[in-house]
Design a protein around this ligand. Structure first.
Ligand code: TRP
Length: 456
């Protein structure tokens, strides 16, 4: 997918360029659509009372997520290096400071921390492929499915095993270069996932609890949310769009000069948000139909979906396909999480891609052990936000990503001169003006406001 035909561009990337606009959109969609949409969004909405959380999340996606994503792409394309080097280069070029590289470095770190637990959850989906295929859930009751999940995560050896398998898969793909594999995977996976979500939705509607699910998702009761919940919604918007940590910046570095940044960002944001909402609409009716608790937490989809599939005709087949697709979705996201760190080590320390991937992958695997043990051996070891897993999740989603996004918009809106950004975004029309107002004022002020209110 990354061709070496750089054309007559001003600056070229060491790693080549996307072969087409579609290739770029698919890669960014692949990174955005993942466990964040199907695993995390429903349980976060459930834990934060439903409607108000969903509403704040949607507002954050449009007024903060969209301008941050555009800023990341344009910075990436202008610098054409790994996020650390790009921020340093542009900081100097725009007459500011080379210290902007800290933003890139924080992104590299955030990617490593996120993938450390992401890989564990992706491991759960791998394990659930086998469980589905061997019809473990056919006709099972809610209590049986929940007990099965509890037993599964309670066994640290199994969880570590699947975490190891998933990390190995990531290292394997990233070391070989993302090229074709990724494009093919996404081209097939996103539409297939969408179709299966619709099948699930159909089943959800048939349970007779659909309106209760819809009411839970869209009736906003702000008393239940609080500033902590608003921050969680903001963090979820960043997490699900893969923004705030330089991943999209790294992908933007391979974007051809003539591609529209606004159009690409809009396509990705629309696809990602639709899949999240669809997942919520499919899952909440199942929660209510089976008397489960929406605030169940990270185990929510691993309990509702097997249950639903277990009752459905052809459930074994659908369930197996579903977890395969979810694992693929996680895989294409995991690649994006590794890319900033790997590109950084390749460029900065002159390692081969394979060496860099093994170093980064090994580190991520090791940190991930803390999360893998958070559901069994260390489940009662709590500090600050909760278990080790809770802390890594809170630190990355609620602090590092919003902070990264804040600094990225300040950089694009205030440090970069008007000429540089209008050059990248194409012209000075009303779309450009809208972006500039969002990036200079609305997004940074919004993020700061939420961060300050939630922390104090
Ligand atoms: N967006 C991914 C998801 O929803 C997770 C993610 C967060 C990500 N940051 C990223 C993926 C950076 C790739 C790159 O599952």
């Amino acid at each position: 997918m990354l061709s070496n035909l750089a054309g007559d561009e001003k600056r070229t990337s060491l790693h080549g360029h996307w072969s087409s606009r579609m290739a770029f959109i698919l890669a960014v969609t692949g990174s955005a659509v993942g466990l964040g949409n199907i695993w995390k969004f429903p349980y976060m909405a459930g834990q934060n009372g439903g409607g108000a959380f969903v509403l704040v999340y949607l507002v954050c996606v449009v007024v903060i997520g969209m301008p941050v994503m555009m800023s990341e792409i344009l910075i990436g394309r202008r610098g054409r290096r790994n996020p650390v080097a790009t921020m340093e280069l542009l900081g100097r070029e725009e007459g500011s400071s080379v210290h902007w590289r800290v933003v890139g470095a924080m992104g590299v770190l955030a990617g490593i921390l996120i993938l450390s637990y992401y890989s564990m959850i992706a491991g759960w989906t791998l394990a659930y492929i086998g469980k589905s295929a061997s019809s473990s859930f056919a006709g099972a009751s809610a209590t049986a499915v929940a007990a099965h999940f509890g037993e599964f995560v309670g066994d640290w050896k199994t969880v570590v095993f699947w975490h190891t398998i998933f990390m190995s898969l990531c290292v394997f793909v990233v070391a070989r270069g993302v090229e074709r594999g990724l494009e093919q995977a996404v081209r097939f996976m996103v539409p297939a996932l969408l179709i299966l979500m619709l099948v699930l939705l159909g089943y959800s509607i048939s349970t007779g609890f659909f309106s209760q699910g819809v009411a839970f998702m869209f009736t906003a009761d702000f008393d239940k949310l609080g500033w902590g919940g608003v921050l969680a919604a903001l963090g979820q918007a960043f997490f699900t769009l893969s923004i705030g940590m330089g991943a999209i910046m790294a992908y933007g570095a391979y974007l051809p000069e003539e591609t529209s940044i606004t159009g690409s960002a809009a396509a990705v944001v629309t696809a990602d948000t639709s899949i999240a909402i669809l997942a919520g609409l499919a899952i909440f009716p199942l929660v209510f139909a089976n008397g489960l608790d929406p605030a169940e937490g990270p185990g929510l989809v691993f309990q509702t979906l097997p249950l639903a599939f277990g009752q459905m005709p052809g459930g074994v087949f659908f369930s197996t396909i579903f977890f395969v697709l979810l694992a693929f979705a996680a895989w294409t996201s995991a690649i994006g999480l590794m890319e900033p760190g790997v590109a950084f080590i390749v460029e900065q320390y002159h390692r081969t891609r394979a060496q860099a991937t093994i170093i980064v992958g090994g580190l991520i695997w090791f940190i991930g052990l803390g999360s893998a043990l958070s559901f069994n051996v260390l489940k009662d070891t709590k500090f600050l936000a909760g278990t080790f897993f809770d802390n890594v999740d809170y630190l990355t989603s609620n602090i590092m990503l919003p902070l990264g996004g804040l600094l990225i918009t300040i950089f694009a809106g205030w440090v970069m001169c008007r000429n540089s950004t209008s050059d990248e975004l194409g012209g000075s029309g009303s779309l450009y003006s809208a972006w500039r107002i969002l990036a200079r004022f609305i997004a940074p002020i919004g993020i700061l406001f939420v961060l300050i209110n939630a922390v104090t």
